[in-house]
Design a protein around this ligand. Sequence first.
Ligand SMILES: Nc1ncnc2c1ncn2[C@@H]1O[C@H](COP(=O)(O)OS(=O)(=O)O)[C@@H](OP(=O)(O)O)[C@H]1O
Length: 381
Amino acid sequence: MVTVRTFNIRWVKLLVSASACFTLTVLCTGYVLSKLMSTNLVHVLDRRVDRSLGDQFSEEVQRFPDTFWHEFAPSRQSTNEHNQIILIRRPKGIDLDPKPVTLVANISLAGLGLAGSELPASRPPQCVLLGFGKCGTSALLEFLDLHPQIVTLDWEIDYFCERMYPKYDLQWYVQRMPPSYSDQITIEKSPCYIVEHDSHIRMHAMNSSLKIMVIIRDPITRLLSEYGHYYATETYWGRPAVSFEERVYNHKTKEFRTAQILKVGDYSPHFEHLLKVFPRNQILIIDGDKLVTDPLSQVRLVEEFLGLQHEVSKQDIYFDNAKGFFCMKLRNSGETKCLGKSKGRQHVQIDANFKKKLIEFFAPYNEQFFKLVGQKFDWLK
Ligand SMILES: Nc1ncnc2c1ncn2[C@@H]1O[C@H](COP(=O)(O)OS(=O)(=O)O)[C@@H](OP(=O)(O)O)[C@H]1O
């Protein structure tokens, strides 16, 4: 009898402390969330506003926590009846479309000395970088972002690809573009666009005068880069990775694994389709190998293609010995910025005989590509 009562009391105690813990957790989470939503209101609007307002604005700014993306531009539509700036943000995470959080900034346009002036807004891109993956798409975009008249989306939205297009409409796409002024050019890059041919048609339907950029590089270097990515992924997940040779060549049949190599490495079929959709003068081909050794030469090509002044200069970049690549010097802050660890990996060394085989394998595909685009590249050495 005594034992049963002791047992019951113990259970009641346990239940009480468990529910107290639960209530405390709920209360704490609620408090933290409400703090996040109410106090950290304003983020730097954009580079130009930030620059024009200088320190005075920066002092007023309370940075929004890093766990939130800057979602929409504070555009005309996103100022409220009190002329306050409204920011819409969503938590960072894997979910591509979580519910955004709307926040009213604690400052007004007039308070910023911006009454009546144009505010940056999300606009459809006037130029898209279609790929090819592993050819330097991120580096190109980072260098272009140094241009005051260029605004770039810093993630791959893949909107025109099959994975996204049926799910989202144009408004969804445009709203995700970074804030820009009407005299700026918005660029986004998604490497799936070049190999998924329906994307070409979908982009043309959005804007038939869209400017198209495609970056290519020596297909063997591209293949090595792709292998580096595969190796890093397998290692990360603790899975065994096959050697480069094994991945691209079947030693039993003594044949290259063409499905693996040519899916992206044969550039011609993708260009053939692109040229059926967009006129050649709307397409700019960037040399990914030159982007590594002389990034300014390729940035200049883009500036001319987009009808912009040459703004990005030697002062904006430097060669970083530790990274082994060119990096950026940011004009506003004086800070330096290199691409992350997953860009600029060391490539595996390949045996000279195997490289010869690869060169012979790719040669006819490259010749066909040079003919198609009327341009030669210094590849296969
Ligand atoms: N400045 C600078 N810094 C770092 N990396 C640079 C740079 N310029 C070009 N590259 C080359 O870009 C290669 C990655 O290409 P992508 O960004 O197109 O890759 S991805 O498809 O988006 O994953 C990457 O390939 P890996 O060297 O294999 O990592 C680089 O060779």
